[in-house]
Design a protein around this ligand. Structure first.
Ligand code: ADP
Length: 484
């Protein structure tokens, strides 16, 4: 049974009980009140007639004068000792008579009572009272005053019908309306189920439930569901991106490793061939030539092995970064660190001039970082600058700006196109003009970027093809040196 049917059933059931109680109360109250009022009127009439048999004749005459007032009341008196029956005029005209008790029965009646009787097919409420002599308390007569209850019964019947019909109509209208409202308020839940089913069947996580109703329980449920979908979608996308990056990394890495391996294998084959043929068969090559070719081949093997080991080291660093491995961060004084890098940069292989700016501004400047990784990062930028600057100059200087320290590495080298910049921090990316001309793995800047991110820093690139490049690494500064 659906929730909306169950809700409607509950609602209708409760309404039914309420209506039943209410209608019974109304009917009971009206019934009681009407009959009580009638009884009062009958008793008043009985009092008016009086309990003195000798005055009953006079009473009859008086009553005929004032009969209009009590037109719907009927009375009759009976005197036991002479068997005389006196009736009100309307009774006599209608030829009615209430049953009279036998003397024995009348003697047993000690107080007045109300009775419901039927005479000639008409219902009456009759007040019956024994009449006694005042002194001896001897039974002398019997007083009966009655009222035709047909009108009251009709009215009560009508009231009963109205209550039953009204309640039934209310129940039908309320349950139909209730079902409609329940269906309307449950409709958004159907949408949630539909969306969930759609996701379960396919992979479309972009589904959202449209809802412009109030922010009630259902509105909140839909909001939460949409939020959950949004999170799942972005999480799924991240996962997909990560998976794609991983696949690209593996394919690029195997490609990069294949090149040096091919060179090494080619050279080894050459050496093997040269040194295994019989001396007579290499008539075209003298000893000197063989030696020269061998040295070149060994040199190539050595270069490629170095390149491979650099590549493997870089890949290892990035693989560690991918596993979420982080390093210890301590307050590091920047001046000695940058000075050491500047000094060691003199020994790098280079064709451009090396300029170092004023580093004294770094005095007392600390960053939350790791000395080794910070140096590695600076060397990546400096080595690149030298690599891509065949002639001209490479310089290092520093700036302090709004709680950040900027380490600026500028060169006057080959520069880059603007549209290449977004990709240079990607793994294995190498701009076309550097591919095959300068040695490199395309991993340096990815590692540098990871180190900068770990230091909660950022990097800025300004470059122009043929004019050079400037990289500024921004790191948050911790000014106060920690207490030892
Ligand atoms: P690579 O080993 O090729 O140097 P990097 O990740 O360090 O790999 O750099 C990615 C690419 O960015 C390089 O191939 C080069 O095209 C470009 N690049 C980096 N630094 C510079 C620079 N100072 N001047 C010009 N191009 C640069």
């Amino acid at each position: 049974m659906s929730i909306r049917l169950r809700l409607t059933a509950w609602y209708t059931g409760i309404l039914f009980v309420t209506l039943l109680i209410f209608s019974s109360a109304v009917y009971g109250f009206v019934h009681l009140y009407t009959y009580e009022e009638l009884k009062q009127r009958i008793e008043q009439q009985a009092d008016k007639i009086g309990f003195d048999p000798s005055a009953w004749d006079v009473q009859l005459n008086r009553s005929s004068v004032s009969r209009l007032e009590d037109a719907d009341l009927y009375w009759q008196n009976y005197t036991f000792y002479n068997g005389k029956l006196i009736q009100s005029e309307n009774m006599a005209i209608s030829n009615l008579q209430f049953d009279l008790p036998s003397v024995e029965k009348a003697l047993k009646a000690d107080k007045p009572v109300f009775k419901r009787v039927s005479v000639n097919g008409n219902s009456f409420l009759v007040f019956e009272a024994p009449v006694t002599e005042q002194v001896s308390r001897k039974l002398v007569g019997w007083l009966q005053v009655g009222a035709n209850t047909r009108t009251i019964e009709q009215t009560l019947d009508r009231l009963q019908s109205i209550l039953i019909m009204g309640s039934a109509a209310t129940l039908v209208i309320a349950s139909t309306l209730g079902l409609f409202l329940a269906r309307k308020s449950m409709k958004p839940i159907g949408k949630v189920t539909e969306a969930a089913e759609q996701i379960q069947k396919g992979t479309d996580l972009s589904v959202r439930i449209e809802y412009d109703g109030p922010q009630d329980e259902i509105g909140q449920l839909i909001g939460t569901f949409n939020g959950m979908l949004e999170r799942t979608e972005s999480f799924y996308k991240e996962l997909e991106d990560a998976y794609a990056a991983q696949r690209r990394f593996v394919s690029d890495a195997s490609h990069e490793l294949r090149t040096p391996l091919t060179t090494i294998r080619g050279n080894v084959d050459l050496l093997q061939k040269m040194w295994t043929v019989a001396p007579g068969e290499r008539a075209d090559m003298d000893e000197e030539m063989i030696k020269q070719i061998s040295v070149e081949a060994v040199g190539d093997i050595s270069d490629e092995a170095k390149r491979m080991s650099r590549l493997v080291n870089d890949m290892l660093s990035l693989a560690r970064a991918d596993t979420g491995q982080t390093f210890e961060l301590d307050p590091v004084p920047l001046q000695p660190l940058v000075e050491e890098v500047a000094r060691r940069a003199h020994f790098l292989e280079k064709t451009a001039e090396w300029h170092v700016g004023e580093l004294s501004v770094l005095n007392g400047v600390y960053v939350e970082g790791n000395k080794d990784y910070l140096q590695q990062m600076l060397f990546i930028f400096i080595e690149n600058a030298f690599k891509y600057t065949p002639e001209g100059e490479v310089s290092l200087d520093v700036v302090l700006y709004k709680g950040q320290v900027g380490l600026r590495i500028s060169d006057t080298g080959i520069g880059m196109d603007k549209d290449e910049v977004p990709f240079i921090f990607e793994r294995f990316y190498r701009a076309d003009q550097s591919r095959g001309i300068t040695s490199g793995t395309g991993l340096g800047l990815s590692i540098a970027k990871w180190i900068i991110d770990e230091h909660k820093g950022s990097v800025e690139v300004v470059t122009r093809r043929g004019e050079g490049s400037t990289f500024i690494v921004w790191l948050p500064v911790v000014f106060a040196p920690p207490l030892e």
